[in-house]
Design a protein around this ligand. Sequence first.
Ligand SMILES: NC(=O)c1ccc[n+]([C@@H]2O[C@H](COP(=O)([O-])OP(=O)(O)OC[C@H]3O[C@@H](n4cnc5c(N)ncnc54)[C@H](O)[C@@H]3O)[C@@H](O)[C@H]2O)c1
Length: 253
Amino acid sequence: MLLQGKTAVISGAASRRGIGRATAELFAEHGARVAILDIDGDAAEVAATELPAVPQGSHIGLRCDVADKASCLAAAAAVEAAFGKIDSLINNAGITQPVKTLDITEADWNRIVSVNMTGILFLSQAFIPGMRDHGGGSIACISSVSAQRGGGIFGGPHYSAAKAGVLGLAKAMAREFGPVGIRVNSVTPGLIQTDITGGKLTDEMRTDIIKGIPLSRLGDARDVASIYLFLASDLSAYVTGAVIDVNGGMLIH
Ligand SMILES: NC(=O)c1ccc[n+]([C@@H]2O[C@H](COP(=O)([O-])OP(=O)(O)OC[C@H]3O[C@@H](n4cnc5c(N)ncnc54)[C@H](O)[C@@H]3O)[C@@H](O)[C@H]2O)c1
């Protein structure tokens, strides 16, 4: 039980096969009271009721659009009113789009950047003051192997750019908030089997991709959830500004 008596907020944790949902389940199994924030408010509410119970109170699920600052502030106010101290924030929400550079419209660019990168700024801004006033906490930010190798399998260049921006933002926040006890780290997954690919991953593509992965398999949502658990727990008490790869060796650098 690595998070006994702790509280955690996880964005993008409503989709059934997603990384955020697996994280919410793992955190609750480890004793954390969890707030699920998702643009799909109904699914977030249902997901919260399905988590393993913890002694310090019921989990909650709320609608929050991370790309909308007012929505983030309202969600933070509601979660803090229910939970009091927030020990960890998992900035996990994200979207992708498989297009090439010359086909990216201005609206595509703005949408991908606002959810994947600006959303991390907005949600962090909403929760950092409370964390600071309560003596610290842990923030984990989702990036991607796509940021490091210049394109993943599904994300376009705007996705790579947004996910690379997350790495700089997280490192700068780590430097700024270390002195008040807030650790900020990033996670860079390889290809994880969730619904973000929208059913577009064919068996042929899967076989090809696996040839380039030393551990010879795609990742599972739980593989990433375990790294979030490490970052939220005291096991990582002296880790901040770090980038943790979860890619089966797809990129070794
Ligand atoms: N699956 C992969 O291969 C992979 C690899 C690297 C990084 N990632 C990142 O991991 C994160 C989780 O992805 P996943 O694969 O679990 O996908 P997913 O589609 O299963 O989950 C994404 C969740 O984010 C929510 N969401 C979307 N827009 C939102 C918004 N504006 N505000 C709040 N919530 C919003 C969705 O409703 C969904 O519940 C994403 O940031 C993604 O970019 C995924």
